[in-house]
Design a protein around this ligand. Structure first.
Ligand code: NAD
Ligand code: TYD
Length: 360
């Protein structure tokens, strides 16, 4: 079985769906999954309830920094691989409160690595050789690009600029050190911005969709010309499956879809899609809701991934273009109001008040 940390979050939850659908499309018996998740504001068991209900997936609520809990999960369930998604993941939250980011992304990853190392070192030889610790990371560890810079490659020096990206960079270095020092069989993937179903609506794309549907302002930070390299979440999940199967131990792989888009263009694309699929009652375009607001401190200008290594060595290619992926995403949010209701808790409302009150 696989141990998935953070499997009730956005990408981890999509990975759980992808894992079972992939097995079924290959006619294979699905390998079970155990999800270890603290269920922070970003963790939602409802995202994976269909698999929890069948018993193919099991959810254990625990903090990855809780060494006893992690040890207990490893020795009880004996995974052949750990796929480590659990993290504090939102840059704006890391600016307003970095402590949780150090706790989960650095101390938590350290605790997981330590327990994985002990567990792995005691496995019988065959299982030991097959074991994998796959660390999920981000392109944000490389810092910010100028317009004329080439995209990030695996050899781009680390230059994180936010408490989020610095804490992810720290976790990447720990993972690397456990390979070089202890021989722990690790793999690391650094992916660009994801979007798709089950995306928590504090991030740009789901926030814009849900605000538009509620006729609320669409808050674009700064001049709206920052660039992100967008990848449909299922393409990321498939990349992880393939690197898990074929990745070379100790290597890092950059994952991205060559979809560099300015924020303002992302927002207008969403607006036009909604104009077609769910026109406003008064017939005015959603773009009239766009509001430029105070910028994020230290806002990285541009991210872009060079995915040639994963394409060449692993043979991975994204299946979705931005046009097809954003169409699926907007339709998913229109069709899944029950899921949206589960994330619109008081805590989510408090965050909107805290993050946006001072920007307008
Ligand atoms: P998310 O915030 O949606 O989900 C994080 C999950 O981790 C939640 O279920 C949360 O409950 C859980 N979690 C948080 N702290 C925990 C702890 N201490 N112990 C156990 N569980 C804990 O994040 P996401 O967007 O799904 O990102 C998943 C991973 O992918 C992260 O490591 C992130 O850095 C990385 N990543 C994200 C993106 C992106 O665009 N979202 C891009 C590249 C890489
Ligand atoms: P986000 O989804 O937070 O991802 P990240 O900061 O990790 O790239 O933001 C994506 C881009 O959108 C980023 O340049 C910040 C911008 N943004 C806005 O303009 N308005 C918003 O309300 C949010 C949440 C983000």
């Amino acid at each position: 079985m696989l141990l998935i940390t953070g499997g009730a979050g956005f990408i981890g939850g999509n990975f759980v769906h992808h894992w079972f659908e992939r097995a079924s499309s290959q006619g294979a018996v699905p390998e079970p999954i155990v999800v270890l998740d603290k269920l922070t504001y970003a963790g939602n068991p409802y995202t994976i309830s269909e698999h929890l209900n069948t018993g193919r997936a099991t959810l254990i609520q625990a903090d990855i920094a809780d060494r006893d809990a992690v040890r207990d999960v490893l020795t009880t369930h004996r995974p052949r691989a750990v796929i480590h998604f659990a993290a504090e993941s939102h840059v704006d939250r890391s600016i307003l409160g970095p402590g949780e980011f150090i706790h989960t992304n650095m101390v938590g990853t350290f605790s997981l690595l330590e327990e994985a190392r002990t567990y792995w070192s005691e496995l019988p030889e065959g299982e030991k050789a097959a074991f994998r610790f796959h660390h999920i990371s981000t392109d944000e560890v490389f810092g910010s690009l100028e317009d004329s810079d080439p995209p990030f490659s695996e050899t781009t020096p680390y230059a994180p600029n936010s408490p989020y990206s610095a804490s992810k960079a720290g976790s990447d270095h720990l993972v690397r050190a456990y390979f070089h020092t202890y021989g722990l069989p690790v793999l690391t993937t650094n992916c660009s911005n994801n979007y798709g179903p089950y995306h928590f609506p504090e991030k740009l794309i789901p926030l814009m969709i849900l605000n538009a549907l509620e006729d609320k302002p669409l808050p674009v930070y700064g001049d709206g010309l920052n660039i992100r390299d967008w990848l449909y979440v299922r393409d990321h999940c498939e990349a992880i499956c393939q690197v898990l199967e074929k990745g070379r131990l100790g290597e890092t792989y950059n994952v991205g879809g060559i979809n560099e888009i300015r924020n303002i263009d992302v927002v207008t694309t969403i607006c036009r899609k909604l104009d077609t699929l769910r026109p406003r009652a008064d017939g005015t375009p959603y773009e009239s809701l766009i509001t430029y607001v105070k910028d994020r401190p230290g806002h990285d200008r541009r991210y872009a991934i060079d995915p040639s290594k994963i394409q060449r060595e692993i043979g991975w290619q994204p299946a979705e273009s931005f046009e097809s992926g954003i169409d699926k995403t907007v339709r998913w949010f229109l069709d899944n109001t029950a899921w949206i209701d589960t994330v619109r808790s008081g805590a989510y409302r408090d965050w909107l008040d805290q993050n946006y009150a001072e920007r307008t």
